[in-house]
Each structure stands twice: as structure tokens, then as C-alpha cells.
Design a protein around this ligand. Structure first.
Ligand code: CXF
Ligand code: ZN
Length: 370
């Protein structure tokens, strides 16, 4: 069948809206009619060439939810009509990490920027007959996609699909970083540097964990205003020395229990590290451009202060096991989802959505389909 899709073709160019050919699903795959897909900053990093992918053209988009249209004969537990959230790391189910329930560490994870499906072949072709890849084995910037069952999680049908899409990336990345990586406890103090799609969810994750001091840091005052609605108790400018100074001032000179680096680790990690108290945690949720090969942290300072610097992909949550848990928190009123969406776009307006993200106008832009 044919489907309309937004393709990454060239670094620095807008996404190209094209009709492409989409093959039928292989035995372990399913066809999904995409209902909603979030405009995450990671896709923007790819468009700008800051995060290299292995092939082009490629359908970007990795924060998607939709309705299953057809399934291959070997698919288990997923049927046409089911609502699914697509996960940007597949859970192969058989590697040592998946066997331990740590699907966010799946051995197949490093292949998600390659382009082909989980089985190594492509399902999409452009009008010239050239193979088209699918970012994160999803390719969500399209009316329809074909994914392996390892990338799909069935969710309850009462959850609106635009909100279901959000728990595919930004929400678990942020909420999970607070709950499952840093393991924020009641009464803890938290710093969140960068209150975008990930950071705003760290703010609400810290609130869910009972943190009593939640310091939001950003350069955009609009994001800071919003952060208060999500649970921030204090707001500061996120630039370098000012950041460290202000956070120390708010924490009796000792720093926070947990700092979260949710934007541009190359410039924010060290100030955040220095705003963290001894034996505290510094959690990196954001990606760094491929050109940045290292970030300086004075080793003696690391040793002497006994802080932990840790990474968190998918918020250190198993998407397979814990996305349904996030949706239960939404249903109980404890997790804000609707409030994360600034604006919705049609697929043909997707480049406007990314311009708005770059201009700092959007917390989350979402492409929706009729
Ligand atoms: C990213 C993480 C790095 C690889 C591509 C997907 N996740 C979410 O934005
Ligand atoms: Zn993302």
C-alpha cells in the first residue's frame, strides 16, 4: 500500500512530505494506522545532523500511538483494532536484558538509528524505488507504519491516542529518570535543567515521588511558568555559573540531592554537577551531538564529593512493563498528559511544528491524523 510520510533526506533540510510504498507486515510484524506522533527534539537532532543516522531517506518519528490494522501470522497477543503505543527501543524478549525485564537495555537497542526493521530488511520504498528507513524501527511520521511486535505495546482503548503517544518517549524519559533512576524520595531536593519534553516530566516525576524542593531551570521564562504548574517550587536561569550559584543559595549552600541534565549536557552537566550535594545523583536524560566526544568533570572533584553521574534512557523504565503503569497514573489524575501538548499539527505542517520547537514555543507539538 501507499502511505504519506515525512522523510529525512538531507542534513539541514526540512522533512520531505512524500507518498511512499509500504510493504505488508512480515510474520512477526503489524501494520499500524498512526493516530498521533510527538515532535521530540531527538528527531530535530537528526535533521540538523547532530545525531547521525545510518541511511537516508528515513521516516523519522518515534513517539507514536495508533490502531493496529493487520498482523502477521506469528504475532502473539496483538490483534487488528488494538490500540498500541510504539516503543523506540524494541524489546526482543530473548536477550539477557529483556529476560531480566530491562527492555530499555535490549541488545537490539544500538540498531535503532540504522533504518531497517528488526529483521534487518526494509519495508518502505520511495517513488524512485529506493529503500526508505524507519527511525527507531518505527517511522512514526507517516499515516501508516509497519513495526515488529517487539516495538508495540497494547494499551487500553479509553486512553486518547494523542495522550498515549506521549508515553512513548518524553513522559517515561522524564518521570522514569526521577522515579526509577535517581529514585527520588519524599522530602528530597531536585534540580531540573531544561524544562522541555523530558525536563517537564522530570518535574512531575519528582512531584510524584514527594520531592519538596523542585528547582526548575531554563532560559525560557514561559517554560519556567509552566514548570510551576507541573510541580516546580522554585525557578532559576539555567546558564552556567548563575545556575550553580542560585541553586546553592536555595539549598543552604549544599546543593540538591538529585540534578537532572535534560538539555545540552555539554554545557549544563558541570554546573548541574556542582549544584548537587555530596553523594548526590546527577542524571543525564538528554542526548549530546555526535561531535561532542567528552565532557570535562574534574576527576578529583568527582572522587572527593562521591557523587554519582548516571545515564537514563527511557527513564530507566521498561517500556513494555511500565508504560501501562504510567497510563494508570494518568487515569488516577496523578500524571498530567493533556497539559504537555502545546499544539497539534497535520503531517503536512510538521516542519512548522519543528520551527515552533526550535523557537521555544512548544512543550510538545503533536502531529495528529484524522
Ligand atoms: C532517543 C535516544 C537516542 C536514540 C534515538 C532515540 N530517544 C528519545 O528521544
Ligand atoms: Zn524522543
Amino acid at each position: 500500500m501507499n502511505t504519506l510520510a515525512a522523510l529525512f533526506r538531507t542534513v539541514g533540510a526540512p522533512l520531505s512530505i512524500e507518498t511512499i510504498a509500504l510493504d505488508a507486515p512480515k510474520p512477526t510484524e503489524l501494520t499500524v494506522r498512526v493516530a498521533a506522533v510527538g515532535l521530540c527534539r531527538t528527531d530535530l537532532h537528526v535533521m540538523r545532523g547532530e545525531r547521525r543516522v545510518a541511511m537516508s531517506p528515513m521516516v523519522l518519528g518515534h513517539e507514536a500511538a495508533g490502531v493496529v490494522e493487520s498482523v502477521g501470522p506469528a504475532v502473539q497477543g496483538i490483534a487488528p483494532g488494538d490500540h498500541v503505543v510504539l516503543t523506540f527501543i524494541p524489546g526482543c524478549g530473548v536477550c539477557r536484558w529483556c529476560a531480566k525485564g530491562l527492555h530499555h537495555l535490549c541488545a537490539e537497542g544500538p540498531r535503532i538509528t540504522q533504518g531497517p526493521q528488526l529483521d534487518g530488511t526494509c519495508r518502505r520504498k520511495d517513488a524512485h524505488g529506493k529503500d526508505v528507513g524507519a527511525f527507531c524501527m518505527i517511522g512514526g511520521f507517516a499515516e501508516r507504519t509497519v513495526v515488529d511486535q517487539a516495538s508495540a505495546i497494547v494499551v487500553d482503548k479509553d486512553i486518547p491516542l494523542d495522550l498515549a503517544a506521549l508515553v512513548a518517549c518524553g513522559v517515561p524519559a522524564g518521570v522514569g529518570a526521577a522515579r526509577h533512576r535517581a529514585k527520588v524520595k519524599a522530602g528530597d531536593s531536585v534540580l531540573v535543567v531544561g524544562c522541555g519534553g523530558d525536563g517537564m516530566n522530570v518535574v512531575q516525576g519528582a512531584r510524584l515521588c514527594g520531592a519538596t524542593t523542585i528547582i526548575a531551570a531554563d532560559i525560557n521564562p514561559d517554560k519556567l511558568d509552566l514548570a510551576r504548574d507541573f510541580g516546580a517550587t522554585h525557578c532559576v536561569d539555567s546558564r552556567g555559573d548563575v545556575l550553580t550559584r542560585d541553586v546553592l543559595h536555595l539549598t543552604e549552600g549544599i546543593g540538591v540531592n538529585h540534578a537532572f541534565v535534560c538539555i545540552d549536557p555539554a554545557t549544563t552537566l558541570l554546573p548541574a554537577f556542582r549544584a548537587t550535594q555530596k553523594a548526590g545523583n546527577v542524571v543525564v536524560t538528554a542526548i549530546t551531538p555526535d561531535t561532542v566526544k567528552s565532557i570535562d568533570v574534574p576527576p578529583l572533584e568527582l572522587f572527593a564529593t562521591q557523587k554519582a553521574i548516571m545515564g537514563a534512557v527511557y527513564g530507566f523504565m521498561s517500556p513494555r512493563l511500565q508504560i501501562p503503569e504510567l497510563l494508570r497514573l494518568y487515569r488516577s489524575g496523578d500524571l498530567k498528559l493533556r497539559e504537555l501538548i502545546t499544539k497539534t499539527y497535520s503531517l503536512s505542517d510538521i516542519n512548522q511544528g519543528y520551527e515552533d520547537l526550535e523557537a521555544g514555543k512548544n512543550l510538545r507539538g503533536v502531529v495528529t491524523f484524522d
